[in-house]
Design a protein around this ligand. Structure first.
Ligand code: NI
Length: 166
């Protein structure tokens, strides 16, 4: 296992589309293990393969105490909406107000290729959407908007003082 370099800012690799994983081999397992190490080292809540320069549909997210591996993930349902500040390991120090579903259902495969469907809510729903966006070359900076005026967040938007990096 190893810590990989996280590609940052407008590095072109972050804008590329990723390829579906069809061969669930040792190389994919190694990628996922390295992504876990890299995310934990950086104190993130999620990481997508393009952020470490690999154009494959693989992402990991934190859900409570668990790290969930999502290969070839698809958003199949969503419900509600929550707006809050969000950050990204590829944009250190940058945060912005982004609206995301409160709850999502994701269909994906595990590292052995077994399909599963799982619900995520609140922060893990946000992380799932953020990572699936990464796999399509979409970055949170594309989605940032002004917080609503009645928001409890100030202009710097911090009901989230440490910022969540996903
Ligand atoms: Ni990110």
């Amino acid at each position: 296992m190893a810590i990989r370099t996280i590609f940052k800012d407008e590095d072109p690799v972050l804008r590329k589309r990723t390829r579906t994983i069809t061969d669930f081999n040792a190389r994919i397992s190694e990628l996922l293990d390295d992504m876990r190490d890299t995310m934990e080292e950086a104190n993130g809540l999620g990481l997508a393969a393009p952020q470490v320069g690999i154009l494959r549909k693989a992402a990991i997210i934190v859900d409570g105490e668990e790290i969930v591996e999502l290969l070839n993930p698809e958003l199949i349902d969503s419900e509600g909406e929550v707006g809050m500040d969000e950050g990204c390991l590829s944009f250190p120090g940058k945060y912005g107000y982004v609206r995301r579903p409160q709850k999502v259902t994701v269909k994906a495969q595990d590292r052995n290729g077994n399909p599963f469907t799982r619900e995520f809510s609140d922060l893990s729903a946000r992380a799932a959407c953020h990572e699936i966006d990464h796999l399509n070359g979409i970055l949170f900076v594309d989605l940032v908007e002004e917080p609503p005026e009645d928001s409890e967040e100030d202009a710097k938007g911090r009901n989230n003082p440490d910022g969540e990096l996903i």
